[in-house]
Design a protein around this ligand. Structure first.
Ligand SMILES: [Zn+2]
Length: 287
């Protein structure tokens, strides 16, 4: 599933396309997208005749701002789900199979969402309403914002009895982190991924907050991680999969100490850790 760096790559790609011409047509396939209940009303037709503005990101969501024809500010939230891809084409280009959404601009270009598995989602409406309601309104802080650090992380997760890796995936605690980057950040911080979150000491939270920022930033610099489906706006794969140090590498040697990496499954999600660099703690608190 696209995580913060992949969604950020798509956001940058859309931004670079400099879409400024008004929307002349909103096209939607007959197929439902399977994202959660709060997305039921897509309300996409409100974007007609709107002028595209700033493209932002919040967690794993693209939030695109539009100037409405009546002076109102609208927004379009795009969730890429498992296999969603956003691209910019000319309107004359035939739609490929699994295209579910197209926004045609007055300059004859189209932004299209192609999503074979249809786990993605779309929602439009007044921007302030979108920002205040689910799924955007309940998201936790952005890990790449200036105020993010160990203290904030401890405040959000310090009481949790869940394994730290699982707790990090809670979007209401921290926005944008998914399994790949959580597993990588825990390795870089030397923290056993299955330790209960409340056992982490302030120094461990600070270290973890630092490595979360580092792995996300590296993911962005590498244009995202492509294990299977992810493509950027240009249709290219990311490069970060080559730089993953433990994720997907169970049974391989640890890149730091050469011990054999151990795979695990928790909360239905797999991961890997180094038994030497991330030892199972013997004391109550993890420093
Ligand atoms: Zn190691």
């Amino acid at each position: 599933m696209p995580e913060l760096p992949e969604v950020e790559s798509v956001r940058r790609g859309l931004q670079a396309a400099q879409l400024r011409a008004p929307v002349v047509e909103v096209w939607r396939s007959a197929y439902k997208l399977r994202v959660g209940k709060s997305w039921a009303a897509e309300n996409l037709s409100c974007l007609k005749d709107n002028v595209p503005k700033d493209i932002r990101r919040r967690g794993k969501y693209i939030v695109w701002e539009f100037a409405g024809s009546g002076g109102e500010t609208n927004g379009l939230v795009i969730h890429l789900g498992m296999s969603g891809r956003c691209g910019v084409t000319t309107a004359a280009q035939p739609k490929v199979v699994h295209t579910h959404f197209a926004l045609r601009m007055a300059d004859a270009r189209e932004v299209r969402l192609v999503d074979p598995r249809r786990f993605g989602g779309l929602r439009a409406g007044p921007l302030d309403e979108l920002m205040a309601s689910e799924p955007i309104g309940t998201l936790g802080p952005e890990p790449l914002d200036p105020g993010f650090g160990g203290e904030l992380l401890a405040e959000r997760l310090g009481a949790s009895r869940r394994p730290i890796r699982d707790a990090l995936l809670d979007q209401e605690a921290v926005a944008g982190l998914g399994n790949i980057y959580a597993v990588e950040a825990l390795f870089a911080a030397g923290i056993f991924p299955l330790v209960e979150a409340h056992r982490l000491h302030a120094s461990a939270w600070a270290r973890l907050a630092g490595t979360i920022v580092t792995v996300l930033q590296q993911g962005i610099d590498n244009g995202g991680t492509t294990l299977k489906d992810f493509r950027n706006v240009e249709g290219e794969v990311g490069r970060n999969q080559d730089d993953l140090r433990v994720y997907g590498r169970a049974e391989e040697p640890c890149p730091r100490c050469r011990a054999t990496l151990v795979g695990f499954v928790s909360g239905g999600r797999s991961g890997a850790y180094c038994p030497r660099c991330q030892p199972r703690p013997r004391t109550r608190t993890i420093r």
